[in-house]
Design a protein around this ligand. Structure first.
Ligand code: PEP
Length: 251
């Protein structure tokens, strides 16, 4: 049985005081949630203070990116060891904003995924099609390309630890959420792809989150679909009530 993972991607929002207040509020509000995994991914500079704020809670700490090299002259980058050092468990990789705004290739994302897995971090690997790609009927091909490109050299044992986030780009931050049926169709396709590449035993345990304008009002119907194992939440993760509304709606 796969446990739901509801993760908040705070993106480049909030400040130190607001990050800590949100984290403390979530710690209190989520203290009785035992059957769902919860994570927050603050901006890099606030990961440590948020980690201190949620210490001892049932909320996992995540980062929004990591570099694949171990250490050295990589100005501006952060290593897997640094994330582990401050208590991180998860790292979002290949988010569409990094693929499309920062022009990250699947090859680079793959190096990051492998580095994260080798270090013991859980990658939340994002895949998803643009609106033009959905309209052109190539969603499946785009997901397959991103999946294969981002996961090469990942063993079956390692794959069991990967979380995939299906995030249709047209639904991210737009208020346009995929229908539960649209989400389930792609999630089912991703699970079949995992079966093709790694076998059914692996496919059965890999969690596939949906992301794209998830809110309390639309989360339950999506999260009840059999191949949807959680949500990656942007905007609605910035307010305690909105984030907890998603969690409590499916509890
Ligand atoms: C995201 O940041 O991954 C995301 C899905 O954002 P939003 O929920 O705001 O659409």
């Amino acid at each position: 049985m796969r446990r739901l993972l509801i993760a908040g991607n705070w993106k480049m929002n909030l400040n130190l005081a607001k990050s800590v207040t949100l984290a403390e509020g979530l710690k209190e509000a989520a203290k009785n949630v035992t059957d769902i995994d919860i994570a927050v991914c603050p901006p890099a500079v606030y990961v440590q203070p948020v980690g201190i704020a949620i210490a001892g809670s049932n909320i996992g700490l995540g980062a929004q990116d990591v570099y694949f090299e171990k250490e050295g002259a990589f100005t501006g980058e952060i290593s897997t060891a640094m994330l582990l050092d401050i208590g991180c468990k998860y790292v979002i990789l290949g988010h569409s904003e990094r693929r499309h705004i920062l022009h990250e290739s699947s090859e680079l994302i793959n190096q990051k995924v492998v580095a994260a897995l080798n270090a013991g971090l859980t990658p939340i690997l994002c895949v998803g099609e643009l609106l033009s790609e959905r309209e052109a009927g190539v969603t499946d091909a785009v997901i397959r390309r991103q999946f294969d490109g981002s996961l090469s050299n990942v063993s079956a044992e390692q794959m069991k630890k990967v979380v995939i986030a299906y995030e249709p780009v047209w639904a991210i931050g737009t208020g346009k959420v995929a229908t539960p049926e649209q989400a389930e169709e792609v999630h089912d396709g991703i699970r079949s792809l995992i079966t093709e590449r790694y076998g059914k035993e692996v496919a059965d345990v890999v969690r596939i989150q949906y992301g794209g304008s998830v809110k309390a009002e639309n989360a339950k119907d999506i999260l009840l679909k059999p191949n949807v194992d959680g949500a990656l939440v942007g905007g609605a993760s910035l307010k305690i009530d909105a984030f907890m509304g998603i969690i409590n709606g499916v509890k």
